[in-house]
Design a protein around this ligand. Structure first.
Ligand code: PEP
Length: 252
């Protein structure tokens, strides 16, 4: 199965108008393998400006979060309807920082995934285990517990329109990357888990790896058969490094 390769930039609460300007200028000129897509997810205040600047046909705009409701008395929240006005095509949901700092549950995340799909925005669903959970050999149980509520909410067929990012929490922003073999083994498990519900869908879902990916380690990680690209935090804030990663990534 030929899946598209996807590189996602998660700026988190970083960046400024200057970075919007510099990154979009560079990405508009980047040479991408024809089966590679790049998704840039700046903070909300920068979406509108970024939307006017990105011109590359395979570089898309994404948000870092959203509310599952379409409108109403939810001070400080952002709806899919608002995101759509700024050409946002993707949204990161269930990032480990949302799960741990803001106590988002897998059920709430599943509701957001459903709301994103209903409005035509592709969810990038993040899942991953903590260091303690990996040491206790609970990785597969944790990943299954994060995936099942989403399957229950949207049905397995809808995973046709979902991107999954496996991000071991211990590797995010720590410089400790999972080895390509370890990441591949976990991705293989995720695909098998989905496959138990629907083999065809499992084969099609893009599975990204996230956790201290950089220009040095990306090729070995992305070369693994079940790794279809990456979700990058720190490296996505560096114009030279991020554009280099995007242009060296090969499609499957
Ligand atoms: C992330 O933002 O999800 C992430 C993987 O960050 P970093 O690449 O800095 O580890």
């Amino acid at each position: 199965m030929n899946r598209r390769t996807i590189v996602v930039a998660n700026w988190k609460m970083n960046g400024n108008l200057n970075l919007v300007e510099e990154m979009s200028k560079r990405l508009n000129q980047v040479q991408l393998d024809e089966s590679v897509d790049v998704i840039v997810c700046p903070s909300f205040p920068y979406l509108a400006t970024m939307a006017t600047k990105l011109t590359h046909k395979n570089v898309y705009l994404g948000a870092q979060n959203m509310n599952a409701q379409t409108k109403g008395a939810f001070t400080g929240e952002i709806s899919t309807t608002m995101l759509q006005e700024f050409a946002v095509k993707y949204v990161i949901l269930g990032h480990s920082e949302r799960r741990s700092i803001y106590q988002e549950t897998s059920v709430e995340i599943a509701q957001k995934v459903s709301a994103a799909l209903n409005s035509g925005i592709t969810p990038i669903l993040c899942i991953g285990e903590s260091a303690d959970q990996r040491t206790a050999e609970q990785t597969e149980t944790i990943l299954a517990a994060q995936l099942q509520p989403v399957i229950d909410e949207i049905g397995i067929e809808k995973f046709n329109e979902v991107v999954i990012a496996y991000e071991p929490v211990w590797a995010i922003g720590t410089g400790k990357t999972a080895s390509p073999e370890m990441a591949q083994a976990t991705h293989q498990y995720i695909r098998q888990f989905l496959s138990a519900n629907n083999t065809e869908i499992a084969d099609k879902v893009p599975l990204l790896y996230g956790g201290s990916v950089n220009a040095q380690n990306c090729e070995a990680l992305f070369a693994q058969p079940d790794i279809d690209g990456g979700l990058l935090g720190g490296a996505s804030l560096k114009v030279d490094e991020f554009s280099q990663i995007c242009s060296t990534v090969k499609g499957s």
